[in-house]
Design a binder for this molecule. Structure first.
Ligand code: FAD
Length: 528
């Protein structure tokens, strides 16, 4: 198979253009080209008057050896072996393994365990994705929060109601497994070649369901409304798991437990802490979500091409350090999306972002976060959680004891004046917003860092200068404030067979790295 990289293609390119271009560059006839497969596609918008795509393709041609010889001096032409996608071999375990949490880490761990033939049992405190969607809607539309089933808890985990961005920045064979399995279970094929792949909430919900059905078809079980409470151990090894369902307690005997409960399962952290399991504080970030109209962002990023159909909704990634060296950066940017109510505890407000696959919403939003370290919140293992909670509760109170999140215009925040919503951007947050400046619920050093950063961002992206842009907050759950310490074999030293996994355990940040961490724990269990 031949790979041709770094192809600069016009926005209007199509398959016919590509084949003609390749035949001219490789000095072969178009009819010699059998198959062209896109393997990488990115947008080059550095020159606003000449935006183009950069592509890499795999090509199968007639007389491959001759064609390679003819193009041996072309550094963009290379020979690659066709990759075979292999499922894991069957193994035997004395007892069925248990996976707690059906977020990306738990989901991929359970899928891999099922593919190994060991019939995993999954415990998920929230409900299946369809029932969960109803619960989330009840919160967004009526302010009725279910603390066991919400944007943080339920089938698919925290990332189900999201933009489903899949960029990781890590180049690891495990990420290939994650991407291939997502596509095998219904995710759009574009994620295999887009430089910035995303699935969107609508497609992610279906993909998650298909993974669940596949696990069950291989003899696994996925129990919803099943809340992990505690574990039992014998001679320093896990021996059983205790969970609650429909008000009753149950016990499952097992030798292996993957605990993938995410960054919002604070009760799990408290239980582990009470049992003397070693937890350490971890850096994380807090801030607010900024919202612009997507059109104004597209104009800032694409200039005259702002509404070119081939480009779609623009995104951005931006960061700066203030005088003290503290980092302020954009996070989890959701083009054509909405700001979503992501609380999991009563009388708290937490924001995050979500988009559908088409990213065709009116607004663009992103978290603007300030880096936080134990120096800011304390060195005890759970101090970070207390720091988050304080902000989330303060926001609820500042919002008049309602779930209508604090919101203001950027101009009013920077000038410290009373805010209003009579600007060019309409807030997308449901169940509605309250007119409150971030100073009323964020620590002063965080507000100050944001006041420093936003004008700095305006020097790089024009729409950040718009005083009508909105700030809705607080954004406190960017990653886990706690790490559950595990050894190089990935289990807790004190309890053999207990594998803390994913974002909540402090070993991942995002959908793909969480899924990869789930796979790693399974490989540790099945000895691969
Ligand atoms: C709104 C939103 C948007 C996001 N957007 C993106 C994005 O676009 N791209 C990206 O890469 N990341 C995104 N993230 C982050 C991403 O979702 C997480 O990094 C990822 O889901 C972490 O996976 P995990 O499996 O480790 O934990 P989680 O996804 O948090 O899953 C943990 C699961 O464990 C369950 N659980 C917790 N306690 C118990 C218990 N006691 N018993 C049984 N089950 C329990 C929970 O209900 C949950 O389903 C977003 C997060 C949110 C909230």
């Amino acid at each position: 198979m031949i790979r041709y990289s770094n192809i600069t293609a016009p926005l209007e390119y199509n398959d016919g253009w590509l084949r003609l271009w390749l035949s001219q560059k490789m000095k072969i006839s178009v009819s010699d080209i059998k198959e062209v497969t896109l393997v990488k596609k990115s947008t080059d918008a550095r020159k606003k008057n000449d935006i183009c795509f950069v592509l890499s393709v795999n090509i199968s041609v007639k007389n491959e050896t001759e064609v390679l010889k003819k193009n041996k001096n072309n550094k963009n032409v290379s020979y690659i072996k066709k990759e075979k996608y292999l499922l894991p071999q069957t193994v035997a375990l004395p007892k069925r393994p248990v996976v707690v949490g059906f977020g990306p880490a738990g989901m991929f761990a359970a899928l891999y365990l099922a593919q190994c033939g060991v019939k995993p049992i999954v415990l998920e405190r929230g409900y299946d994705v369809d029932s969960r969607t109803k619960k989330v809607k009840d919160f967004w539309e009526k302010g009725e929060l279910d603390t066991e089933c919400n944007v943080q808890f339920g089938e698919g985990g925290a990332g189900t109601f999201s933009d489903g961005k899949l960029n990781t920045g890590v180049n690891n064979p495990l990420s290939k497994i994650v991407f291939n399995e997502l596509v095998r279970h219904g995710a759009p094929a574009e994620i295999l070649y887009e430089a910035k792949p995303h699935i969107g909430t609508d497609k992610l919900s279906e993909t998650v369901k298909n993974i669940r059905k596949d696990i069950i078809s291989m003899g696994g079980e996925v129990l919803f409304g099943a809340k992990y409470l505690d574990y039992k151990e014998k001679n320093g090894r896990i021996s059983a798991v205790i969970y609650e369902k429909d008000g009753k307690e149950f016990i499952i005997d097992t030798d292996n437990l993957i605990l993938a409960t995410g960054h919002s399962a604070r009760d799990v952290f408290y239980t582990l802490n009470d049992k003397g399991i070693l937890l350490t504080p971890k850096n994380f970030s807090v801030g607010v979500r900024i919202e612009h109209t997507q059109e104004e962002l597209n104009k800032s990023m694409y200039g005259e091409f702002y509404n070119h159909p081939a480009l779609g909704a623009a995104d951005y990634k931006i960061s700066v350090h203030d005088e003290s060296g503290r980092g302020i950066y954009s996070f989890c940017m959701c083009p054509g999306g909405t700001v979503v109510a992501s609380s999991s505890e009563k009388e708290t407000i937490v924001t995050n972002g979500m988009s559908m696959f088409r990213r065709d919403g009116t607004n663009a939003n992103s978290a603007i976060l300030v880096g936080i370290t134990p120096e800011d919140f304390g060195n005890n293992s759970l101090d970070g959680i207390a720091f988050q909670e304080k902000i989330e509760k303060a926001a609820y109170i500042a919002a008049g004891k309602s779930y209508k999140a604090p919101c203001c215009k950027v101009g009013d925040f920077l000038s410290g004046t009373k805010t209003s919503l009579n600007g060019s951007v309409i807030p997308s947050y449901k169940p509605g917003v309250s007119l409150v400046l971030p100073d009323e619920y964020l620590p002063e050093f965080v507000s100050d860092a944001l006041k420093f950063a936003i004008p700095e961002f305006g020097k790089k992206i024009k729409c950040f200068k718009n005083p009508d842009a909105l700030l809705t907050g607080p954004e406190t759950r960017s990653s886990s404030p706690v790490r559950i310490v595990r050894n190089e074999k990935l289990y807790i030293d004190k309890v053999k067979g207990l594998y803390p996994a994913g974002e909540g355990a402090g070993y991942a940040g995002g959908i793909v790295t969480a899924a990869m961490d789930g796979l790693k724990c399974v490989m540790a269990i099945v000895g691969r």
